[in-house]
Design a binder for this molecule. Sequence first.
Ligand code: FAD
Length: 447
Amino acid sequence: MKIIIIGGGLVGSLAAVFLGQKGHEVHLYEYRQDPRGTTLNEGRSINLALSMRGRTALRAVGLEKIVLQKAIPMDGRMIHKTDGTTSSITYDPVLKNCIYSVGRKHLNELLLDEAENSPNVHLHFGKKLLKVNVSSGTITLKVPDGATEEVKGDLIIGADGAHSAVRRDLMKATPVTFSQTYIDHGYLELSIPPENNHMMAPNHLHIWPRGKFMMIALPNLDGSWTVTLFMPLSSFTTLRATKDILGFFQTHFSDAVELIGADRLVRTFMANEASHLVSIKCSKYHYGSKVVIIGDAAHAMVPFFGQGMNAGFEDCTILNDLLHNHDYSVNRALELFSIKRNPDAEAICDLAMYNYIEMRDLVNRKSFIIRKTVDNMLYRIVGSKWVPLYQSVTFTNMNYNQCLKNKKRQDSVIRKASLFALAAGTVSVAVFLLPKIMTGHSPLPND
Ligand code: FAD
């Protein structure tokens, strides 16, 4: 097929690698300039957490080992309390899995290089998609001199991010139930320079949970840390003057002031606005045999489960499987992609919202630690019959919707055990311990 991919971000460039390897003629159009060879670090989050689903996709195209060579393992959360003390919570004490911090620019460049290694893949930078005629498979692009250009393909893949133009035109042609939710929290990226990192325990994702807001830090290869402050947008607007910014940090993140450096902290606040966070769901991702959307274009999510890129990479695995490992027509493969992917995409969008509460608040509570201990104990004893939520989302390829269902079943078992203990007169267990275990989570989506 002649396949057109719109968007050369992480998901579009991986899709190009997959499809180039299968011998399709692939044309990827990206409206930005080629990021390779520039020092620009445009866009969101300088580094990201790579986990099982992303690794599975990278493995399928032979890139997993290369990516992991320049990734930093993180095997737990390091919690920073307000008084500056820290404690570690291991992600997977049972199977000892970890997540990896990878540089967005490095990963994107590696994928573009790999795509270009295939003689079938053609990368076109500086070309912006204006519109898609979904029934004929024709796209209109704006090229650098301002002129427009039309290109026709057998299949158009929209990997053009949360504000996808492909999705917009897809939705004009076919009924799609669509929702877009901006949460009232935003984020600002700060950094800890390599020379200041002495207090940062390596191989952890650091979290400063403060109930209604939080700060996190992920390591970079050069010894620096990318720090992200998440909090209500209204709170960002109150931090304009140097004394307010420093006062806020001294109160809530005193240990981080020294690490980031007071000057750098104030400079970053003054020079940047907080960015918004959006969650997008759509009921359908394709049109006939001509158009399909993947990655953030299909399911943007808030970043709190570290799954946006991983889910987008998993889209590439699933689409590749449907197109190449069965006897389906392209039309049927795309239809199955929509049917199969939608419940999982919606589940991870919901779980990502839930995980913000876990990260910014629950990790501070004893009940959370108790619940984690119980989950891990049962996981150790009964294995795959009790995979805790975090482990199932992050360290397996289990359908996201199944991960959510499992968690609800586990909560229900614990609730029943609590009632049983009460009936059996085990007052100390029923009254003191089990309610604590149950409050170790906040209500799940649709609970
Ligand atoms: P994008 O990265 O948005 O790429 C879309 C590309 O399409 C862009 O290059 C854009 O220039 C191009 N484009 C757009 N419109 C057009 C057009 N009209 N014509 C041509 N080109 C166009 N995910 C994780 O898995 N782990 C994490 O730890 C993680 N952390 C995150 C932290 C933050 C703060 C944020 C905001 C997100 C995080 N994510 C994380 C999510 C992750 O960044 C996204 O899910 C991922 O980047 C989606 O990739 P994409 O290629 O689908 O979209």
